[in-house]
Structures are given as C-alpha cells and as structure tokens.
Design a protein around this ligand. Structure first.
Ligand code: FEO
Length: 437
C-alpha cells in the first residue's frame, strides 16, 4: 500500500525514521528520476546564469508558525546553482516536499547534488533536509557550527558536513560562494551566502514577506502591491524582536555589491533592492515610516470603544490623517504590530478586567515588550466599573518600555460622561500635536 506513492513515503519519513528505512526509499527516488528527464522550462525559472528557483507556494496553511494568519499564503524559497559542482540553497517545509523534490530533480537533470547550503535551520526551510539526504546520500551539507548542532538535534545527521566560518569561501567552478554569519536574523545559526560571480545574496529570512509568489518569481514579474503590507507584517511578527542583529547584518553587508536578493520567502528582489533594504533598516532601528496613530483598544460592552472613537475624531480634527483603530478582540496581533511599526503614534485603551488589563490588550503589550519596540509617541486610557486597575498597568508598561506618555491619560467609571469626553478630546489633540513634531 505504502509502496504505491513516493509522497506517502516522504511523510512517513518525517514521522518515523525507522519505518522510512524499511520502505526502500531509493526505489522511490528512482521512480521520480525515470519519469522526467528533460528540464521543464515552464516549471523551472533560471533567475541568473546557472541559478534556478526551486521553491514552492503554500496556500493550505492557515497559521504560519501556527500563530500568524497567512490569508495570502507564503512561499518557501529554495535555489539551485548548476556549475561544475551543483549546490542547493536551503530546502522547504516538509508538507511541500513533493513538489520541491520534483523541481530539484528537474533542474539537476540527472546530475548529482554536491552541496546543500543551509543558511537557516527553522523547519519551514530545514524541513526537507533529511529527504534531500535520502535522494542524494553523498551530498555535503554546508553550514556553521550552530547549524550542525541543529542538524544533529533535528535529524541525527553528523556526517558529510563542511563547516564554514565568517569570510570563508567555496568554489563551485565558475561561481564563488562567500559566507557571512548573521546570528539571530532570526535564529542563532543563520548565515547568508553571497555568490560573488552573479552578485546574488541568499539572505535567509531577511527581506522575506508573507504572500505566495504567483506565476512570477522576480519582483519585476509581480504586482508588488500584494507584498507592501505583508512584508512589514512578516517583519513585525517574525523578525521584529531582532532589530540589533538585523542592524549588524545590514552593516556587515553594506560594502557588498548586490544585484539580486534571494530571500527564503516572497519575491526575488532585483529592481527593488534599495527599497527593501531601506525598509529593513528603518524597521530594525524602530523608526516609523509615516506620521500616524494606531489606537488599539479592548472593549466588552462598547464604553472603551466609544472613548476610542472620540479620541480618533479629535486626532482627525487636529490634522492627523493616518488613523487606524484596532479592536484587539478582532484584529489579529500581527496586523496591529504591523501598523505599530508603520506609524509613530500609539494609544492603547483597556477596561479593567479581573483587576488587570483586558486580556487581549495584555497580550498585545506583552508582544511589544518582547520586541522591545522603541520610539513610540504613546498614551493610554481606559474604563472600569468599580476599581481602576488598567491605568496603573499602563503606567508600569510605559516605564518598562521607557516611553514618554503624551497628554493626560484617563479612566472613566462605567459609561462616558462629559468630563472624560473632554479629556478624550484633549488626549487626541495632544497626540496629534506630538506625532506631527
Ligand atoms: Fe522562514 Fe526563520 O524561518
């Protein structure tokens, strides 16, 4: 039964190493090899001389990392250089390995794979390493010391390894690979690889974005509007904590002449390199893109929401055009974080709940602290029915974040009255003046 389908064999391999051995994997590999012999140019894109895209799109997964919604899907990018030696740059998430293997075999066109360069071990990229080893038992895996600790931990792989350090090079024939360590962009083992012959940077997660790449692969072939928000949302959700490591990596790579960036997610960047590097530089410095204000509020019965509307109206009256209100119970945190990275102003509002902040607000503040978000023009307000606990929590949060509080925050008891209505308008005015400074 199992022997009928190589795809089934692949999934079983992930779940049970011993069982996978019993199903004679090489036999299935042979089935693939004999079925398709000619390189299919409709399926495989040559990005630059000798460089091919072999990544896949994932439109099935609802939550990336089982946390972050991806309504427009995501791509797991992978690349092959065919030179005197052949090299594969990273693999893909295990559930997409069927299409991935098909593409790799198609590009290699009967040749063996000499090197697997592992720039990042997170399972959305490292997930198919073991399968690649089964198709190409002699492949040499190229990584750094931390990569190899993870290879052993995830797959028990300890042989056929080639360790590289900062500044090392590896010749594939015409193409020369240069290795740069980029720890904590986004995991500690992350490195990036530069092909100095083609001037191509294989950048791991850096410059990646949510959203599948549909039909086209290069930024010149795609409608980039789809990725404008999704790139920031990807950064804010996945990489947002690692501003300092991103800055170090950008500085290290600044002298490198790059004509193409091959990230592990989203479009391959060519004409838009300056823009996407500029965005990463801005986000990793925690600098805003535009003047504007996010109001993120929790509200059980509409009282705090009414205050949020009043504040928003005052912001508008005093000249702020970019105003985004998020109900934390409805907006996914990734969208709120993305807008917080985009704009300079942030107002958070919460009713008191179980003598604490409203749970959705508490969770949002926790995410901001985890990411050590800086440079926000901040204020807050809230509501309560018998005891105000939200205000003291907000005060502590602002102190912990080292954020200055703008205007005069307030908390209303039960429903909104005249005094607090006036205070809401004053808070909106103060925030409007602060964000425009
Ligand atoms: Fe796309 Fe850190 O993995």
């Amino acid at each position: 039964m199992v022997a009928q389908s190589p795809f089934i064999a692949i999934f079983i391999t992930k779940q049970n190493f011993v069982l996978a051995k019993q199903i004679k994997f090489q036999y299935f590999c042979q089935l693939f090899r004999t079925k398709k012999k000619k390189r299919n140019i409709m399926l495989i894109k040559e990005l630059k001389k000798d460089l091919y895209y072999v990544g896949v799109n994932d439109r099935k997964t609802h939550l990336f990392e089982n946390m972050w919604p991806i309504p427009q899907g995501v791509s797991y990018n992978s690349y092959v250089i065919v030179d005197e030696k052949t090299a594969l740059f990273d693999t893909v998430e295990i559930a997409s390995s069927g299409m991935f293997i098909k593409k790799v075999l198609n590009v290699l066109d009967g040749r063996k794979l000499d090197y697997l360069i592992v720039n990042h071990m997170e399972p959305d990229h490292g997930g198919s390493i073991e399968i690649i080893r089964r198709y190409f038992p002699d492949v040499t895996i190229v990584g750094n010391k931390k990569t190899f600790g993870m290879l052993e931990g995830y797959f028990g792989i300890t042989d056929n390894l080639y360790e590289v350090k900062e500044g090392d090079t590896l010749s594939l024939g015409e193409h020369m690979l240069n290795f740069f360590m980029a720890p904590m962009v986004h995991w500690p083992e992350v490195m990036v690889t530069y092909d100095s012959t083609n001037k191509v940077l294989f950048s791991a997660d850096a410059f990646g974005t949510f959203g599948t790449i549909d039909g086209g692969i290069l930024d010149t072939e795609l409608d980039l509007i789809k990725y404008e928000g999704e790139m920031r949302r990807y950064y804010a959700s996945i990489v947002g904590k690692y501003g300092n490591p991103v800055q170090k990596a950008l500085q290290k790579l600044s002298p490198v002449d790059i004509s193409m960036i091959c990230s592990l997610h989203g479009p391959v960047w060519t004409k838009d390199i300056e823009r996407v590097v500029g965005l990463y530089d801005k986000w990793s410095r925690y600098e805003h893109e535009e003047e504007g204000v996010v109001i993120a509020y929790g509200s059980m019965y509409g009282n705090t929401e009414e205050m949020a509307e009043r504040v928003a109206r005052a912001l508008s009256i005093y000249g702020v055009k970019k105003i985004v209100l998020h109900d934390v119970s409805k907006s996914d945190a990734s969208y709120i974080l993305s807008d917080i990275f985009r704009y300079n102003g942030l107002i958070v509002a919460s009713p008191t709940y179980c003598n604490e902040l409203y749970p959705g607000v508490k969770s949002l503040l926790d995410k901001l602290q985890t990411r050590a978000v800086k440079n926000k023009v901040f204020s807050f307000f809230g509501s309560f029915s018998w005891a105000d606990a939200s205000s003291k929590n907000f005060v502590k949060f602002a102190e912990d974040m080292k954020w200055e509080v703008v205007g005069e925050p307030f908390a209303e008891k039960m429903t909104l009255g005249d005094e607090k209505t006036q205070m809401a308008e004053e808070l909106g005015k103060a925030m409007a003046e602060a964000v425009k400074k």
